[in-house]
Design a protein. Structure first.
Length: 326
């Protein structure tokens, strides 16, 4: 199924299996959501469980927190990840901290689906992924979906987590298709990065829309004799880089590709961990490919130039491997 269909399927399965689950967001009812990620759900479950909201993220995210504290399991859709800025106080000062401030005596099973990413000409205010904003906030879990199967599994895992989870989806991926394993019973386990390919020359890590680009780059690198080991980060928080560190100790090289600006991105944290735990194993300094330090342009040519490309990944990886190959 497609990435979009996988998101709908995860919500449908959650709504069917648990009466406490309900959806909130703008135009998610009969319209099926601005990106059709709730298509058909209000017809099946009714407006009391698939609720259209006013255009006020601050209000409905705050209301969802109250519902979560009283026994429900809300899934909130933010039309764009950028709109987390509108309700940032609710997310980082209330939702993220409430369970801690109550000594762990309460659960807060709230899911925020945030739709982000560039590459589809939405301009500077509607193209941010937003995970860098959430990276330093304790009390939140933050997942990033890079394929239809991950979109399904990460969303279901978030629904059944007793803690608040922000699930970031990439609008560039909505039409991508792939196999999806629909699960019954226990929710999926999210246990850190997912290894996508085994390699021996360089470790390449990405999230969200950049995962398919490192996969395409790896295929090109293979034709030149370079074997890349690939990882989809999946969980931004909790940050669990153990598998990646072990990979770098084997390949001796790390390349991070992220659709964030360099300052404050998760890639900088990953490089810091690798430098601390595997410095003596490195054959060359870790490298990062990120967005340039300006807002996302609307111009198609400029947006394409700003996004990390397959060619840029291939070129940087070849320099890292061939320039210092023993």
């Amino acid at each position: 199924m497609s990435y979009r269909e996988a998101i709908v399927a995860a919500q449908r399965d959650a709504l069917r299996s648990d009466d406490r689950v309900f959806l909130m967001g703008e135009d998610i009812g009969l319209a099926g959501g601005p990106f059709k990620t709730t298509d058909g759900l209000q017809e099946e479950f009714g407006p009391s469980r698939v609720r259209d909201t006013p255009i006020s993220e601050q209000a409905f995210v705050g209301a969802a927190m109250g519902m979560a504290l009283t026994g429900y399991r809300p899934i909130v859709e933010l039309m764009f990840s950028d709109f987390m800025g509108v309700c940032f106080d609710q997310i980082v000062n209330s939702i993220a901290k409430h369970r801690f401030m109550q000594g762990g005596t309460l659960e807060l099973p709230l899911v925020i689906r945030a739709i982000g990413g560039g590459g589809v000409r939405f301009g500077a205010q509607h193209s941010q992924t937003g995970e860098g904003w959430l990276l330093p906030v304790p009390g939140l879990k933050v997942y990033s979906s890079a394929s239809p199967n991950e979109a399904y599994n990460l969303l279901l895992a978030a629904v059944y987590d007793p803690n608040p989870v922000v699930v970031i989806e990439h609008k560039l991926l909505f039409s991508r298709k792939g196999p999806v394993e629909r699960l019954a019973g226990e929710p999926p386990l999210v246990d850190g990065p997912k290894q996508l390919r085994v390699g021996k020359d360089i470790t390449i890590v990405a999230s969200l829309g950049m995962v398919e680009r490192i996969e395409a780059a790896s295929s090109e690198l293979e034709q030149t004799g370079i074997s890349a080991e690939l990882f989809d980060l999946r969980a931004i928080r909790p940050f669990e880089p153990k598998l990646i560190v072990e990979s770098v100790q084997k390949t001796k090289r790390l390349l991070v590709v992220e659709e964030n600006h360099s300052l404050g991105g998760w890639g900088g944290e990953l490089v810091a961990v690798v430098a601390r735990q595997a410095l003596n194993d490195l054959a060359t300094p870790p490298e990062r490919i990120t967005l340039p330090d300006w807002p996302m342009p609307y111009s198609p040519a400029l947006e394409d130039a700003a996004m990390p490309s397959v060619d840029a990944i291939v070129t940087r990886a070849r320099v890292m491997v061939e320039g210092r190959r023993s």
